[in-house]
Design a protein around this ligand. Structure first.
Ligand code: CA
Ligand code: CA
Length: 442
C-alpha cells in the first residue's frame, strides 16, 4: 500500500535500486505540454560550452510511463522562434557536511556569511564558512513530530529580516493530541545566532488526516504575501477529494498576509480569488495540488514554479505567471501530470496542466528548485533547476520560443530533499543524507 504514497521520503533505497536496474533513460525527448507564456528573452544568451556529460540515454527496458506529448494541449501564440539552446554542465561543490536530515535552507542575507539549514527533527542550524555551528539557531524538537514526511519542513524569511528579527517555519506536530501542520513565527533573542523557542506565534494551523503529503514549503511572493503549499492530507489517491474541494484547506496553494500591520496571525489579501464566495476558503490562491513539497518564485520575473509530487506515474512542474490573478486548478486528483487519474477518462476543461512532467523511468518524487539568477555562472542564467528525490537526477528547464525545454544536467545518486537560494542568487542542493552543496559550472 505505502508504495503508492510516494511523497518526500518513501522507500528510497528500494526505488533507487529499482531505477538502477531498469536502465533509466533521460527524458530528453519529451515535448512541451503547456506553455502559458513565451519568450523570457533569455534564450541563446549563453556561451557555448561542452555538451553536458549526462545526456547519454539508455533505452528503457520497461514500457515508458512518460509518453511524450507531441502537441501542446493549449493554444499558445508563439512570439519567439525556438533556437538551439546551449546547456551548461553542472557539478556540485560541498558547502557543509554533518547535518542531520536537512530539508531546507535559507540565507539571512545580512552580510554574516551564514546559512540557515532546517533539520527535519526540529532544529535550525547555522552554517558559517562551511562549518555547522555547534549551538543550534533554534531547537523545537519538543513540539515537532518527525519523520517520514513529517517534521520541521520549511523556513521562510521576510524581506528586511535583519530589521524584523523574526522568521516563519512550517512543521507537523501532535501537541494537541492529533497530527497538525503549524505555520509559526519565531523571533530572535538579543543574540542573532540564537532564536527563541518560546517566542512562537502560531499563524495558521490545520489538521493532517494522514502522516504523508504535508506539503512543507514556505515562500514569500514578490507581492510580500506568504505562500503555503498544503498537501492533499495524505493516504493515496486523495481519498476525500480534497484537492478539488474549495472548502478544504488541503491540496492547495494558500496565500496569506502575515506582514502588513502587526498581525499575530494573518489576514487574507482581498485580491485572493475566492474571497467572498460561499463555501470557498478565502485563503486559497490555487488548487488541485497533491503534495507541492517545494515551490519558488523566480526572483527576476516573479513567476511561480510548483513541483507537485505524483501518485503512481508522473511527477510534474506547474507554472504560474507573476501576473496571475490566482484561482488556477492544477488538476489533482482529476489528473496526475497531464493524464487522467480519477476519473479516467476525465474532462480536463479548465485545468492548468503542467509545463513539464516525467515518469517512473526518471524518478519517484520531484523536488522543486529555483530559477538561477546569480552572477557566478552566466551559462545557467534563467534555468529552472529541479531534481528527483529518489533517482538523484538534476534537470534544467527553461523557455525556448513558445516551448519549455528540459535537459538532464547531472546524475547525483543523492536523495535531494530541497534546494536553497542565497542572497546573491546562487543555488544550493540539500542532500537529505546531511550535506549542503553549491551548484557550480566547471
Ligand atoms: Ca498529511
Ligand atoms: Ca497537476
Amino acid at each position: 500500500m505505502q508504495i503508492k504514497f510516494f511523497g518526500l521520503v518513501t522507500l528510497v533505497f528500494l526505488i533507487t535500486a529499482a531505477l538502477a536496474v531498469s536502465g533509466c533513460a533521460a527524458a530528453e525527448a519529451q515535448e512541451i505540454i503547456h506553455l502559458p507564456v513565451v519568450d523570457r528573452g533569455n534564450a541563446a544568451t549563453t556561451t557555448p560550452t561542452p555538451s553536458p556529460t549526462a545526456t547519454t540515454t539508455t533505452p528503457a527496458t520497461e514500457p515508458p510511463t512518460a509518453t511524450p506529448t507531441t502537441t501542446p494541449t493549449t493554444t499558445v501564440t508563439p512570439t519567439a522562434t525556438p533556437v538551439t539552446l546551449i546547456w551548461p554542465t553542472i557539478v556540485l561543490t560541498t558547502t557543509a557536511s554533518g547535518l542531520n536530515s536537512p530539508v531546507d535552507l535559507a540565507d539571512p542575507n545580512d552580510g554574516s556569511g551564514r546559512l540557515f539549514v532546517v533539520e527535519q527533527a526540529g532544529l535550525v542550524r547555522i552554517v558559517r564558512n562551511g562549518q555547522v555551528q555547534p549551538t543550534p539557531f533554534l531547537d523545537i524538537t519538543d513540539r515537532v513530530t518527525c519523520c517520514w514526511e513529517e517534521g520541521l519542513l520549511g523556513i521562510a524569511l521576510p524581506s528586511n529580516y535583519t530589521q524584523k528579527g523574526y522568521f516563519y517555519l512550517n512543521y507537523t506536530t501532535e501537541a494537541l493530541g492529533k497530527l497538525q501542520t503549524r505555520i509559526s513565527r519565531f523571533r530572535l533573542t538579543t543574540d542573532t545566532d540564537i532564536a527563541d523557542p518560546d517566542s512562537e506565534q502560531i499563524v495558521l494551523v490545520y489538521d493532517q488526516p494522514h502522516g504523508n503529503h504535508n506539503g512543507g514549503g514556505l515562500a514569500f511572493g514578490p507581492d510580500g504575501f506568504l505562500y503555503i503549499g498544503s498537501g492533499d492530507g495524505g493516504s493515496g489517491g486523495d481519498p476525500d477529494n480534497r484537492g478539488q474541494n474549495l472548502g478544504d484547506i488541503l491540496g492547495k496553494m494558500l496565500r496569506i498576509d502575515v506582514e502588513t500591520g502587526s498581525p499575530l496571525t494573518y489576514t487574507v489579501p482581498i485580491t485572493n480569488p475566492f474571497v467572498g464566495q460561499a463555501r470557498k476558503l478565502p485563503e486559497i490562491w490555487a488548487y488541485g495540488l497533491r503534495n507541492p513539497w517545494r515551490y519558488s518564485f523566480d526572483r527576476q520575473t516573479g513567476d511561480l514554479f510548483i513541483a507537485d509530487v505524483g501518485q503512481n506515474a508522473y511527477e510534474e512542474i506547474d507554472f504560474q505567471l507573476a501576473s496571475s490573478a490566482g484561482g488556477e486548478n492544477y488538476g489533482w486528483r482529476i489528473t496526475e501530470g497531464s493524464h487522467c487519474y480519477d476519473p479516467d477518462p476525465c474532462d480536463k476543461t479548465g485545468l492548468t496542466l503542467p509545463i513539464w512532467e516525467y515518469g517512473r523511468n526518471d524518478g519517484r518524487a520531484v523536488t522543486g528548485g529555483f530559477v538561477y539568477r546569480g552572477a557566478a555562472w552566466p551559462a545557467l542564467q534563467g534555468v529552472y533547476l529541479y531534481a528527483d528525490y529518489a533517482s538523484g537526477r538534476i534537470w534544467g528547464l527553461r523557455p525556448n520560443g513558445s516551448r519549455w525545454e528540459n535537459r538532464l544536467l547531472l546524475e547525483t545518486g543523492r536523495n535531494i530533499s530541497s534546494f536553497g537560494q542565497d542572497g546573491a542568487g546562487e543555488i544550493y542542493v540539500v542532500d537529505h543524507a546531511g550535506e549542503i552543496l553549491r551548484v557550480t559550472v566547471p
